[in-house]
Ligand binder design. Sequence first.
Ligand SMILES: [Zn+2]
Length: 259
Amino acid sequence: MTSVKRLTVLLLGYEIIPKTVSTRDRGARFVMAEPICAYLLETDRGYVLFDTGVNVENITDPGKRDAYFMSRGWLAPPIVLPEHDFLTQLAACGVAPEDIGDVILSHVHCDHTGNLKYLRHARIWIQRIEHEYAFSDHGNLAVFNDDFDFPDAKWHIVDGDWEMMPGLRGVFTRGHMPGHQSLVVTLPESGVKVLTADAGDLWENFEQEVIPGESCDDVAALASIRKLKSIAAETNAEMILLHDPVKVQSIRLCPDYYD
Ligand SMILES: [Zn+2]
C-alpha cells in the first residue's frame, strides 16, 4: 500500500566544486560540474517536494553573487540554464508552487533551500537537529539563512526516522550535516526509490564507502552511507542520487517520471 503515485526528478542547475567536496581527500585536482536536483512527489495527500534547488537571484544579482559565492571562496557560482529554472520545471509537470502543500528538506545547504521563497505557504519538514543548527551561529559558508529565514515559515519538526504517509518515509542520515535526512519512496509500478540527497553526492561514495568532503560527524557519515545501502538492498530499491553527474544522465527527468 502506497500513497505515492508519481515521482518526478527536477534538474535545477549545476554547481562547480572541487571533487574533494564530494569525496573526502579524493580528487583535489579535479573540478566537478554536479547536478542540483529536487523531487516532486504526487501523493494521495497532494504534492510533496523534497528539496528545492538553488536561488537564482543569488547568482544573477552581482552584489549577492559576490556576497554569497565569490567572497565565500566558491570556485564559481552555480550554473542555472533557462531550462533548469524551478518554475519552468514545475510548469512542465503542470504544477504551480501553490499546489505544493509540503516540502521536506534534506538539510539547509543553499543548493537545497533556494526556492523556498516560492513555497512560504507550505509546511516545511526538517529534522530537529538541523533546524536548531540552521538558526544557530553556524558560520557555515554554504548555508544562506536569507533563503529560508521567513517569519511566516511553517516549520514542522521531526526526530530520527519517520513516516509521512504509507510509502513515504524519512531516514535520518546524519553526517554531511547534523540533521541530514534522506527519503525512501515506494511507487505503484516502479518499486522503491531511495533519494539519498547529500549522504553521498556521487556513486563512488556508496560503491567505495567514501564519506562526503564536508561532515560534522565522520563516524555517522559512514554509518549513513551503509544505512542507505542496506535499505536499498533489503527493498530491492534503486538509489537516485542528487548530485551525481553521470547517474543523472540515465534517470528519468521531468517531464518524464516514475510511477
Ligand atoms: Zn549539502
